[in-house]
Design a protein around this ligand. Structure first.
Ligand code: SF4
Length: 361
């Protein structure tokens, strides 16, 4: 499965689920969004297995995207979930920082890890200057070469300090030199989450006099955290702060069908996908964060009962109208047509978006 196929689905509500299998990670990257360490929490395998076992032929995500922490610290779990998901037609991917290549030459991938990589349909490597301080690029390159030669579908999730970081141009050139068009790349920049919050400023935009609707396309795939909590989007603060309107359920008590239903039918989630949080807050004549701040506004909505109540009241009738359903369908279709490229432009470094399509047929 090519990266483009995953990204084509990425903005389609309930087309996939992201799952953090552990918060643990042996690396110490200065930008880690989950503030992971080897003593971070890790919950029993059963939690994840039970939830994936609730997928059925009638109700399943198209893609199960596994990550961590470092998901490959639990290779047997990755293999078991990939196998369980495939039984009803769900494809899978795993994202890794390649911790296992810190000291060896990359041609000998530990057997259980190799089994896990073979079990998924797509393997992604995280790559940035912080990872490279722990796992040298030549080792990463050799792991990728080994897997590529064995026919694995691969991608690199490349992160720079900002869009102009010279590291990005250097590393992209190196990847192209070594792998041609065989490894697509999703290029992003460090965001102010986790350990990076201490040294990356949050970008604030002054609220304009007139706030336009701006659909949130990230509120599409539910995200299951290390402890089984499930929220409506991949904003790392959502998992830490659990704002009520973004909470969908828990893997120990809910099935995929229930989470899917909540994702698709919650009035609040539909409204956030259609209009975006700033527009909703402005329409309710509330602006909790005082600026046009997208996710910050969204997070603040549940922090103030009055704000949440007024936003809910302002959408209660409009989200039930048939005309709103028609508008949602049209907006959803436009977003779907934009596909992988539009997703990479919107959510990554726009000038490198086309790298996500390298090698796509
Ligand atoms: S706007 Fe809200 S739902 Fe969308 S990504 Fe940000 S926090 Fe999540």
């Amino acid at each position: 499965m090519h990266l483009a196929e995953i990204l084509n689905w990425r903005s389609v509500p309930a087309a996939g689920i992201s799952m953090g299998l552990t918060r643990r990670c042996p690396l110490h990257c200065a930008h880690c969004s989950t503030q992971s360490s080897m003593t971070s929490e890790q919950h029993p395998e059963l939690l994840f297995k039970r939830f994936v076992a609730s997928f059925s032929h009638e109700s399943r995500p198209a893609i199960l995207a596994m990550s961590g922490g470092e998901a490959l610290l639990r290779p047997a779990l990755v293999s078991a979930l990939a196998k369980s998901a495939r039984r009803c037609g769900t494809t899978s991917s795993v994202l890794s920082g390649l911790f296992f290549a810190r000291t060896h030459d990359g041609t000998k991938i530990p057997a259980p890890i190799r089994v896990a990589i073979d079990a998924v349909d797509h393997f992604s490597a995280s790559l940035d200057a912080f990872h490279e301080a722990e796992v040298p690029w030549p080792n990463v390159r050799r792991v990728l070469r080994t897997l590529l030669d064995d026919g694995k579908d691969l991608s690199i999730h490349l992160v720079g300090r900002d869009a102009d970081d010279p590291y990005l141009t250097t590393r992209i050139a190196a990847v192209r030199r070594h792998f041609g068009t065989h490894i697509p790349m999703l290029v992003n920049q460090v965001a102010s989450f986790g350990r990076a919050r201490a040294w990356t400023p949050m970008v604030m935009t002054k609220r304009p006099a007139r706030v336009e609707a701006q659909p949130c396309t990230m509120a599409a795939w539910p995200v299951m955290g290390f402890d089984g909590r499930i929220v409506a989007c991949g904003n790392d603060d959502a998992m830490d702060r659990m704002p009520g309107h973004l909470v969908l359920g828990h893997a120990s008590t809910h099935t995929w069908a229930q989470i899917r239903e909540r994702t698709l039918e919650s009035s609040m989630m539909r409204a956030i996908r259609l209009y975006g949080p700033d527009y909703l807050a402005a329409r309710a004549e509330m602006h909790p964060s005082g600026c046009a701040a997208g996710c910050r506004t969204c997070m603040a909505m549940s922090g103030d009962a009055l704000v949440e109540e007024r936003v809910r009241a302002s959408i209660a009738i409009s989200m039930q109208k048939q005309s709103t359903r028609v508008l949602e369908a049209a907006a959803g279709e436009l977003i779907r047509q934009g596909g992988a490229l539009a997703f990479a432009r919107r959510n990554g470094v726009a000038r490198y978006a086309e790298l996500a399509l390298l090698g796509a047929t």
